[in-house]
Write a protein that binds this ligand. Structure first.
Ligand SMILES: [Zn+2]
Length: 288
């Protein structure tokens, strides 16, 4: 059962947060801790929006404005965790995920410019540094999708800290638009269909698996990662089981690639994923 607790921060809370910041600085200076970049760029935070906080089990949402504790967005994030954990058979984790929610884009981008001057201007990002899992974004028109995507990274990294990039992004894209209810992601689908129609793209899982830097991912890579996740999760129980086993092995450090695993059960899996995309196109009355 989930018991939401909303509170204004006390001085004790501030001391705890400051203690965490100092500990992070020590890690970075003394241990040379390497942050995960891109969606996950990390340096010690400052100017954080911590006036208010809501605790929803492992999710701790800090904000610089008062967020209604029963806001639908928060319920959706909770429901997403349950759906994600069940669908992917993830090992339970009680690692906290800190979400920092700014009231305005101006405050968020000012924070970004001060703390992450080299970071691309993204509306939201996820940062993993050691055991700390943090999401940063602002309250805007796309906050629902942005939070779903980044918090999904948090849930995944809480149980699989070294999850491969392609499936990390693929699953986050799958859960982004409707919290994984159907996994449908219209913007990524449109990108793929348009590129395929103009013969600018073919799915290539082995190529995607070789990409390990978030900064090197293109729009098409995110879209293709979504397609593979959608293919694995929605087309057959065998493929879904394959993904569950793969993620469980990733959690144990086993890294046999998904392309090798797929090729054992379906030597023509490249054609199968194209057929999956084609079936989606045939069902789409707006497709070219
Ligand atoms: Zn991402």
């Amino acid at each position: 059962m989930v018991l939401p607790v909303k509170r204004w921060l006390t001085s004790t809370d501030f001391k705890k947060i400051m203690a965490r910041m100092q500990w992070d600085k020590l890690l970075l200076i003394c241990a040379g801790s390497v942050a995960v970049m891109g969606c996950r760029l990390y340096k010690p935070p400052s100017q954080l929006p911590v006036a208010s906080s809501i605790v929803l089990d492992e999710l701790v949402i800090y904000s610089d404005f008062q967020l209604p504790e029963n806001h639908r967005l928060l319920r959706d994030l909770e429901a997403m965790r349950e759906r994600l954990t069940t669908t992917l058979a993830l090992r339970p984790s009680n690692a906290p995920i800190e979400v920092y929610l700014f009231k305005t884009p101006r405050r968020y981008y000012r924070f970004l410019a001060r703390r992450y001057p080299d970071c691309p201007q993204r509306r939201a990002f996820f940062a993993q540094n050691g055991s700390r899992l943090c999401v940063y974004t602002y309250w805007g028109d796309q906050v629902s999708e942005d939070l779903s995507h980044e918090v999904c990274h948090g849930y995944l990294h809480a149980t699989i800290p070294r999850i491969p990039l392609w499936i990390d992004e693929g699953i986050a894209e799958f859960y982004e638009a409707d919290r994984g209810n159907t996994g449908w992601n219209p913007s990524q689908y449109d990108l793929l269909i348009t590129a395929r129609e103009s013969q600018r793209w073919q799915p290539d899982l082995e190529r995607l698996e070789r990409l390990v830097q978030t900064e090197s991912l293109t729009e098409m890579d995110y879209a293709e990662a979504w397609l593979w996740a959608h293919f694995l999760l929605t087309t057959s129980e065998v493929r879904k089981a394959l993904l569950r086993e793969y993620l469980a092995d990733c959690g144990r450090g086993d890294v046999e690639s998904m392309s090798k695993r797929l090729s054992r059960v379906d030597p023509n899996y490249g054609q199968s994923v194209q057929q999956h995309l084609e079936r989606m196109r045939l069902n789409d009355v707006f497709a070219p």
